[in-house]
Ligand binder design. Structure first.
Ligand SMILES: [Zn+2]
Length: 686
């Protein structure tokens, strides 16, 4: 305890954090020292006597705080992927301290004056295009964080940001607490009726990990709950699981998110008003490609009505099937996935249990790596001797076409009680070469249910798509090729950030990728062509359900963040219900995330008034993949090279509209998206 490894030289492979030797209590002293160091760096930049130049102000600012960043990134990655009550306590205590430091930095009067002076002379500074963009981004960051406010307003603004940091931290912890607390224990055949063997195996493994002997356990991990709702014949248990899943965050007691979400909304409103905006959505959307609420709502409306009409068709098919089986023809929300799977089996002769053996996790990882090699010349070299924060995490060197090391990749694929739900990419370090060359360290997190010891982990097609999605984000970090960290990798506008990830999903079901990699885990036999054909034929089945659930959540997000009243709704579940009733959401379909566990909006803030970004990016990714189709080859060299240069490698060094136009030769069209989702008028009427 005398030696704090965070405060020593990190004599670790590749500059990875000293995973093995760090304990929760090491973080606070390390944060304190790193914050003090960063404050001194900022003061030195602001107080120098030399006139402001790009190099002595912007480049220096971009280089500052690296020690704080590496501690902060280590801490937040650990808190998300391998948390403990000790880490959670540090998280709650540090959130306002880190927010205060951020406010102090971005409201630094002396520093802002230098940046503002440079910004005013930007035409005459002979900057490279990247430097020009970096200057504009920093100038905007400072203005957006209140650098221009009067001192009293700055003080209040810093309070608001500090409190928001604390509340959003607690919101996420509460959701995790509800997910961990829930245990639906299945004992014997009666409870497990309908569940295929791969689902049972995953649930037995979850029970074993929690010391529940040979029972089966359904947790609120998505990789348990979705298969359970899809296959369980026990309507009563489906309802029980569904109710627990959809009411996370909405229980009396210490993990109740009702008051927290309301206070977050109140403070966001105040934040927006201090900046002169009528609503938080108006404020948040100024820094996006969409730019304004109207553009977002236009896009959502283009899919909302057609998707609802198609969902009604899907519902009729479910009701007909239920009646034909002599069951009640009323589809409750906990019945939808169950009957949808039955219809899928009937129409396309396709069931998950037949498909999954061809999608073992190991082979799908190979597939993701192989596509990266064919597109971008990358090689992923496993480093089994390098340990991370959990034995399940794999560390890879990433090597470019000339075999040079370009970054480090950590792959953390399995669900466990210490990990938050969902799937995400994050960075331990960003690529840059401002002063010194810094290679990126990137992590992908998934929450796949782990196969039993000795048995493989088998993925659904959706799981495999998630694997590719996060890997696409990973490539965005790893292929970054810029000078300044401010515009590196995934540091792009948030409605552009899902383009590299969603685009990468397209390669998963490309015929030659499937033929090469989708092989039976036992026999090594390639997936039969007839099964692939049925998989493609079935692709649109269930799309309307997914589209309505997604767009419903996006519309609630916009509704709750575009209110101009000072006070948020008194009762958020009621507000949500009223909003959805006004939109005529079919209640049987529901939405992806209800407000009180909507972590995109309330755990961190990056997707508040921004859940729409997935659809926005889908317009781009559907249109972008067409470039490969037009070239007649999913791995066309020239197209891939342009994609690497303009999109995956460019970070935010180029404005997103320009970056996209440079790749595609024109702006995107929405048609490929509507076609992909089966929502073109022609699709609906036929
Ligand atoms: Zn994503």
């Amino acid at each position: 305890m005398n030696v704090n490894p965070l405060l020593q030289d990190w004599k670790t492979p590749y500059g990875l954090p000293p995973f093995g030797s760090v304990q929760a209590q090491h973080f606070e002293p390390a944060f304190e020292r790193a914050i003090a160091e960063h404050r001194a760096e900022i003061d030195a930049i602001a107080n120098q006597t030399a006139a402001p130049s790009f190099e002595n102000t912007i480049a220096a600012l971009d280089r500052s705080g690296r020690n704080l960043d590496r501690i902060d990134n280590f801490f937040h990655n650990l808190a998300a992927s391998e948390t403990s009550s000790a880490l959670q306590a540090v998280q709650v205590r540090m959130a306002p301290v880190l927010a205060a430091h951020s406010s102090e930095t971005y409201m630094h009067r002396g520093l802002y004056e230098r940046i503002d002076a440079l910004h005013a002379q930007r035409e005459s500074l002979a900057l490279t295009p990247e430097q020009r963009r970096v200057l504009e981004r920093y100038h905007f960051d400072f203005a957006r964080s209140g650098a221009r406010f009067e001192p009293a307003a700055q003080q209040r603004y810093a309070q608001v940001m500090g409190r928001l940091a604390e509340l959003t931290t607690r919101f996420g912890q509460n959701v995790l607490a509800d997910e961990t607390a829930f245990q639906l224990v299945l004992r014997g055949e009666v409870d497990a009726a309908g569940l295929p063997e791969f689902v049972r195996a995953a649930m037995r493994e979850a029970a074993r990990e929690r010391g529940l002997g040979d029972a089966m356990l359904v947790t609120l991990s998505r990789s348990h709950i979705v298969p359970f709702l899809t296959f369980s014949e026990r309507r009563d248990l489906r309802e029980q699981a569904w109710r627990a899943w959809t009411t996370r965050g909405e229980h009396d007691g210490e993990h109740d998110n009702r008051g927290i979400a309301r206070e977050i909304l109140t403070l966001r409103n105040e934040q927006a008003r201090l900046h002169g905006y009528a609503s938080f959505a108006d404020y948040a959307l100024t820094d996006t490609m969409a730019g304004r609420q109207g553009a977002v709502l236009d896009l959502l409306k283009q899919v909302w009505e057609p998707a609802k009409r198609r969902a009604a068709d899907e519902q009729q098919a479910l009701e007909a099937l239920a009646l034909a089986r002599g069951e009640p023809g009323v589809i409750e929300p906990w019945d939808w996935r169950y009957y949808a799977e039955k219809v899928r089996q009937q129409r396309y002769d396709l069931d998950e249990a037949t498909i999954k053996p061809y999608f073992p996790l190991d082979r799908m990882i190979e597939a993701a790596f192989d596509c990266a090699q064919r597109l971008f010349g990358l090689r992923f070299v496993a480093q089994p001797g390098v340990a991370a924060y959990h034995p399940d995490v794999q560390v890879y060197e990433v090597r470019g076409a000339d075999d040079a090391l370009i970054g480090i990749f950590l792959h953390d694929n399995f669900a466990r009680p210490t990990k938050r739900s969902g799937a995400w990419m994050s960075s331990y370090r960003y690529q840059s070469r401002n002063g010194q060359v810094t290679l990126p360290i990137v992590v992908n997190n998934n929450n796949f249910a782990k196969g039993a010891p000795g048995a493989p982990t088998l993925l659904s097609v959706d799981d495999a798509r998630t694997l590719f999605h996060e890997f696409g984000h990973g490539l965005h970090g790893l292929l970054s090729n810029v000078t300044y960290e401010r515009v590196s990798g995934t540091n792009v506008l948030r409605d552009f950030v899902e383009l590299p990830s969603q685009l990468y999903e397209h390669w998963l079901l490309e015929p030659e990728v499937i033929a090469r990699h989708a092989r039976h885990w036992q026999t090594g036999e390639p997936i039969p062509q007839a099964l692939v054909d049925r998989l493609h034929a079935a692709r649109r089945w269930g799309q309307a359900y997914e589209t309505v659930r997604y767009a419903g959540s996006a519309l609630v997000d916009m509704a709750v963040h575009s209110r101009i009243e000072k006070e948020p709704p008194a009762d958020l579940p009621e507000f949500e219900a009223e909003t959805l009733a006004r939109l005529k959401l079919p209640p049987e379909v529901g939405i992806n995330h209800r407000l009180l566990h909507f972590q995109h909006l309330f755990s961190g803030s990056s997707y508040a008034a921004g859940y729409y970004v997935y659809l926005w990016a889908e317009v781009l990714d559907a249109d972008a993949f067409d470039a490969f189709k037009e070239a007649g080859d999913p791995f066309d060299r020239a197209t891939a090279e342009r994609l690497r240069r303009c999109i995956y490698g460019a970070g935010d060094s180029v404005a997103p509209q320009q970056a996209y136009a440079a790749f595609r030769g024109r702006m995107p069209s929405i048609e490929p998206l509507l076609r992909k989702r089966g929502l073109l008028v022609a699709d609906i009427t036929t």
